[in-house]
Ligand binder design. Sequence first.
Ligand SMILES: Cc1ncc(C[n+]2csc(CCOP(=O)(O)OP(=O)(O)O)c2C)c(N)n1
Ligand SMILES: [Mg+2]
Length: 577
Amino acid sequence: MSSNEMTGGEALVRMLLAHGAGPMFGMGGFQLLPFYDAARRLGLNHNLINDERCAVFAADAYAKVSGRVGLVDATLGPGATNLVTGLVEALNAGSPLVAIVGDAQRDHAGKNMTQETDQVAILRPACKALLRIEAIQRIPEIMRRAFALATSGRPGPVVVDVPEDIAHGLWGFGDDDFEVDPAHQAAPALRCRPDAGSVAKAADMIAGAERPILLCGGGIHISGATAAVTRFAEANGIPVAHTMSGKGAIACTSPLSAGLFGRYDRIANDLIAASDCIIVAGCKLGEIATKRFTIPQKGQRVIHLDNVAEEMGRTYEPTVKLWGDAREGLNDLTEALTASAAEQRAARAGYLAEIPAKMQIWHDEVAAERLYSDETPVNMARLITELNTHLPEDGHLIADGGFAAHWGGLLFNSKRARRSFVPDRGFASIGYGLPGAMGAQLAAPDAVVVGLTGDGGFNMVLGELETARRMGLGLTVIVVNNAASGYVKALQHLMYGEGNYQSSDLAETDYAALANAMGCHGIRVEKPEELAGALKAAFAERNRPSVIDVMVTRDPGKMLPAVDNRTVQVRKGDRVA
Ligand SMILES: Cc1ncc(C[n+]2csc(CCOP(=O)(O)OP(=O)(O)O)c2C)c(N)n1
Ligand SMILES: [Mg+2]
């Protein structure tokens, strides 16, 4: 017998630890008991979650903030199926994750084993790869493969399906079985560069352009390319706009920042329409970014830089395709343009001066009334203004799938070039705000982390307040309390007229009282002047969660972030928001 004899469960833990495992969330069952036992003995940072979906949300936010692999586990059947929503978020957003999932004992599989289902078939399309362990001695190899797949190409979630008899079985592993490549602890583990000919062609197009604009998506953050974006934009005099996930590609306060583009924007959509060279980097050009495929307009010249070749041409055929890592590709373009950079900047002086001027006009004439509104209930824009003032520059704002992401995407300012705004735009599920804040807080333990969520989204995940308190996480959740599934109610208001709402009201609830009852710090805010004090008090709590329950409008005609929906003419089938 080898001295390294251990259960399959222990081998799994050893492989996680070999990859520098960070925090892991999961909920146990019989199948993975040896894994839990080894987690205890070997000191894996493992935490019980109350709903596996939230485990994946937390792991996803952890990965988005840290770049490191997020970790979850689940037991067979309902544990496994509860992972689906979070896995799809990570798949679409490009977050590196490894999920260990227990499955049925193979001697009895298919005989109506309790909780058994074809979970391999259910999970496979929800993840980048599903690896099933069929032989205990292959655990190290398959775990190496899981981390490699999670962190290369477009990063993504990898499910490792572990039959019960594998987890409980014994094997004598070799001394070198648990050696791993540390590069695969974080994404991107590998980088590739676009071909030189295409870079030269793109550089020529940019050098000859009068009104180029760079559009950045979440891929900029996955690639760690913010410094490359800033350098490229400043050196060549090119304004930068971003998607919700791409916010912080350049500092929102930079004179080159044109803000959000797509469904909602400040000034960016008009600049894009007037551009003679649109550079798209780390962005899939999906529905929201393109305002349902109307940006760019037909015939516009586009350079598309992405490390997933299949994304280029999916929604818009670019003039030049640059297949490569965003950071490397932007650095190559900067390099190729060095000789003409000063000349370009000078030639575009007038164009560049337009950006801060237009932003100022937007601020003064479109936004100021809302941004500094004294109205009660609290205006959403005023809430974001207070966050812009009080959230420290190294803080994080995690945005839920309801209004939070859109209002935050439009109005929150990332003061530095970094991923401080973390929405779940991969799948836009509601319920991400609290578990996302938990994951982000674990990735940045000393930073102030705020989860901005609707009351509907918060209702979905209330049980995780217990998890956050048990873990001593000093995060802040802001509940946008409109006693409604507000986005839906606002759309019903638009489409079917005042009063014609269906299943979009929620009960009036005091979330501050609820938080207090759960041992957290609850603060109720009814007037805008209470916001600053509430934020300061919440941020001062470092060892337990705070919940700020903010009363906002109950009028569905006033809920949307940008258009005044009472003035918009909607035909059946249109989407204005
Ligand atoms: C899991 C899930 N179900 C449904 C939706 C559709 N949806 C988008 S926004 C929204 C309203 C959510 O209400 P709440 O969290 O209170 O946010 P509000 O819009 O009121 O700010 C819904 C139901 C979704 N995004 N995710
Ligand atoms: Mg709501």
